[in-house]
Design a protein around this ligand. Structure first.
Ligand SMILES: NC(=O)c1ccc[n+]([C@@H]2O[C@H](COP(=O)([O-])OP(=O)(O)OC[C@H]3O[C@@H](n4cnc5c(N)ncnc54)[C@H](OP(=O)(O)O)[C@@H]3O)[C@@H](O)[C@H]2O)c1
Length: 269
């Protein structure tokens, strides 16, 4: 069990969407909060709202595309706010284009935020957790980290890497007999605006998720030390289909509408 009450939780990408709601839910559960984001104004708004609800909150502007910035802000966080017990790597970005239309800069940025930042934040906060033999690393990956699809080459591969990062680190920590827990969260499309315009063919099986639902389940998974959370449940049933011949797998993905789910993607406007 991870005791959220009395812990310090750091959430990246906390100025909006899932990150902001996660901060509110963790604050309600009794954590003191450290919020990181690129959006300084959004951070201040979130801070005011959370303080109004009685939460202890510190905010830091951090550009997760820059390793040096992450290292500097992490050092500042540790010096000013103290040790971090729960690290939630939540920030993420999407380009939503066919491979040849994505610029090299966009591809690099996607990997910097969705994948490399996981390494730099863990390298900054894991040593303190190891010293105390206590802590929880949460990776907000995606169902797109379990199956690749059209218009998401950079996003899916960065999220596959995020899933692999969590899994490898989990095994590494177990082999060190560490009590530190990792949780990977893989939601299907969620209604935050990030994936505006996406379509689902069978909403009763694969609904566009309510961010509040994603956040409630994520916080419960953290409390229960659950190692993997995939939403909605139907996505679990897709995992064995990986064993099918590739053409059958692709046909299933097309049948369920996943392959063309991004056709009308507009993203955040
Ligand atoms: N929404 C979905 O359908 C969905 C589904 C599955 C998984 N996820 C994952 O869930 C996580 C949260 O998604 P969301 O929908 O809540 O996204 P969101 O509403 O766009 O929020 C992401 C936050 O991350 C911040 N951010 C972006 N680039 C950054 C950078 N370089 N440095 C620091 N902060 C940065 C954004 O700031 P700015 O606003 O200033 O860019 C924003 O506040 C992401 O990892 C996403 O991949 C989302």
């Amino acid at each position: 069990m991870t005791d959220i009450r009395g812990s310090r939780a750091l959430i990246t990408g906390a100025a909006s969407g899932i990150g902001r709601l996660l901060a509110a839910e963790l604050g309600r559960a009794g954590a003191s909060l450290v919020l990181w984001d690129l959006d300084g104004e959004g951070l201040l708004e979130a801070q005011a709202e959370l303080r109004g609800n009685g939460c202890e909150v510190q905010t830091y502007v951090c550009d997760l595309t820059l390793r040096q910035d992450i290292e500097a802000v992490a050092a500042q966080t540790l010096a000013e706010s103290g040790a971090v017990d729960i690290l939630v790597n939540n920030a993420g970005i999407v380009s939503g284009k066919n491979l040849l239309d994505i610029s090299p800069a966009e591809i690099e940025r996607t990997f910097q935020v969705n994948t490399l930042a996981l390494f730099w934040t863990a390298k900054a906060f894991l040593p303190g957790m190891l010293e105390r033999d206590r802590g929880h690393l949460v990776t907000i990956a995606s169902a797109a980290g379990l199956a690749g699809t059209s218009k998401l080459t950079d996003y899916c591969s960065s999220k596959f890497a995020a899933v692999g990062f969590d899994e490898s680190l989990r095994v590494e920590l177990k082999r060190q007999n560490s009590k530190i827990v990792t949780t990977v969260v893989c939601p299907f499309y969620t209604d935050t605006g990030m994936f505006e315009g996406v379509r689902t063919r069978f909403p009763w099986l694969l609904p566009i998720l309510d961010p509040a639902y994603v956040v409630t389940r994520t916080v419960r998974a953290i409390e229960k030390d659950r190692r993997r959370l995939i939403m909605p449940r139907f996505v679990y049933s897709g995992l064995p289909s990986r064993l099918l011949p590739v053409d059958w797998f692709d046909a299933l993905m097309a049948f369920f509408g996943i392959s063309h789910s991004m056709d009308e993607f507009r993203g955040r406007e």
